[in-house]
Design a protein around this ligand. Structure first.
Ligand code: NAG
Ligand code: NAG
Ligand code: NAG
Ligand code: NAG
Ligand code: NAG
Ligand code: NAG
Length: 426
């Protein structure tokens, strides 16, 4: 049994690595083409400023949202675990945008545009067991972050979520309003002009420094991680008001090289190691130390997205898990896929717990399980591929399917609905 599992894991590491190289090598190109990022102007003017936000100390416990009267769909105050629930097929559940109607869409997530015919994946609604997810209201969110910076920090899954956030906001404003995109190195900034608010994405897939830090040219055969260094990245997001982190996929490698010293120095020490769990933990410790020392606790709200599960691995006795040609989610509520590594989740969870004891609050948005059901919601072959595909690949679509990222509209919209409820309820 154990042997079987570890074989599966090893095999999946390679398939992830392969897939990842394909998908990540290409994801960024659209960000480079400024023409695709329409610069829109906010025309509406807003009158009153909102009251100042409450301090983070008033935020609810992990996984719990307190709804105050009028706050959510359910007027009676209640608390509820938004992460525990089920997917319900609902013909009437429509996304507020589609991939042709969002000015920020990237080819990586535009499944319909790239040929996906079954669009049922858009009609599944996440239903928490004891309450309803509040409806996403872009204006309410912008009011909440007026004069502030909201920054997504991490890898391409986080970028997937950032794009979803931009599409959701854009679609819930009446006039196609606001926004321009400015890129400075790893930082991509979209501004809601009349709100003086920015919604940003910062590329640092391992959080700490690595040789994959270039937002586009990060395809490397040997991953080199400068595991104790985070400042170069952190100073770009340190003074933000809301920071949403993720980091997972880039740690799953058969081996990585650790660098002690700097990339430039001649006496730097390089060491090839295979313990990705240990490395993950070390990096997260460096990340927590940074937060403990440098975060303004009254100002900055911190979130960490739990890992986004992939569906790159084939069959299990009870369920087909590869995303290619999948049109239905997994409806068995106890389901847990092999690609959602619980050991890595535990590392994040215990890091956050320790940080909490040191007085730094990070909200853990535990979206792994709810996403794991959605083997139908990845782009698979319906996305923009930037390189050309070989005949061998074309003959076996599973070999190049993207089962890591998510179609938009889709699952990341739900992550953002959850994030929205945390931000607007605090
Ligand atoms: C509101 O939530 C409470 C507690 O979960 C539940 O008992 C009640 O039926 C809900 N009301 C509505 C209108 O959904
Ligand atoms: C806009 O917000 C920034 C902080 O993000 C602040 O420094 C600046 O003064 C604000 N500008 C206006 C016009 O409110
Ligand atoms: C958007 O437009 C609709 C109908 O024109 C109007 O009822 C609604 O109040 C507007 N919403 C906002 C936020 O301006
Ligand atoms: C932390 O942020 C608060 C609110 O923005 C500000 O008033 C305070 O001066 C900041 N503290 C430090 C040490 O920068
Ligand atoms: C896709 O799935 C359908 C229904 O499950 C099946 O009939 C079909 O053969 C599959 N196509 C491929 C190319 O695997
Ligand atoms: C996250 O969700 C999983 C599955 O629902 C659960 O097993 C785990 O305990 C949760 N973690 C936290 C910190 O709530």
């Amino acid at each position: 049994m154990d042997v079987g599992v570890s074989k599966i894991r090893n095999k999946s590491h390679y398939s992830i690595a392969a897939l990842f190289l394909i998908s990540l090598a290409v994801t960024a190109a659209l960000l480079l083409t400024g023409e695709n990022w329409s610069i829109l102007r906010e025309r509406e003017s807003r009158k009153a400023r909102p009251p100042p936000p409450l301090l983070p100390s008033s935020s609810p416990a992990a996984g719990e949202i307190k709804y105050e009267g009028g706050g959510g769909d359910n007027e009676t105050a209640s608390s509820c675990d938004l992460f525990s629930g089920k997917w319900i097929y609902d013909e009437a559940a429509r996304a507020s945008y589609n991939d042709g109607r969002c000015s920020f869409m990237m080819g990586d997530y535009a499944c319909e545009k790239f040929g996906r015919q079954d669009l049922r994946y858009r009609n599944w609604r996440w239903q928490p067991h004891r309450c309803n997810l509040p409806r996403f209201n872009g204006m309410a969110l912008l009011e909440k972050i007026r004069g502030k910076r909201l920054v997504f920090v991490g890898d391409s899954l986080n970028r997937n979520q950032w794009i979803s956030m931009l599409c959701l906001i854009e679609s819930s404003l009446n006039q196609s309003s606001l926004q321009s995109v400015v890129r400075t190195d790893n930082l991509f900034v979209v501004e809601a002009i009349n709100y003086n608010a920015t919604i940003e994405f910062y590329w640092s897939p391992l959080l700490v420094e690595s040789n994959c830090d270039h937002p586009f040219a990060h395809k490397v055969s040997d991953r080199v991680v400068r595991i104790t260094s985070i400042e170069k990245h952190a100073r770009h997001w340190n003074d933000a008001d809301i920071v949403v982190f993720d980091s997972y996929m880039w740690w799953i490698m058969p081996s990585m090289t650790i660098l002690w010293g700097s990339f430039e120095s001649s006496d730097a020490v390089y060491k090839k190691v295979q313990m990705h769990l240990r490395l993950y933990e070390m990096a997260l410790n460096i990340w927590s130390d940074w937060l403990e020392i440098n975060t303004n606790r009254t100002k900055t709200k911190l979130f960490f997205m739990s890992l986004s599960p992939t569906h790159t691995f084939g069959e299990r006795w009870d369920v087909q898990q590869h995303c290619y040609n999948q049109t239905e989610p997994i409806l068995n509520e106890g389901y847990w896929g092999v690609m959602a590594d619980r050991r890595m989740m535990h590392i994040v969870e215990s890091t956050i717990e320790k940080l909490d004891k040191r007085g730094v609050r990070v909200q853990y948005l535990n979206i792994t399980h709810l996403s794991d059901y959605r083997k139908d919601a990845h782009p698979s072959i319906y996305k923009q591929f930037y390189g050309s595909l070989s005949e061998t690949q074309l003959a076996d679509p599973k070999s190049y399917s993207d089962c890591l990222h998510w179609c938009l509209p889709g699952v990341p919209d739900v992550w953002n609905q959850i994030l929205y409820s945390y931000i607007t309820n605090s």
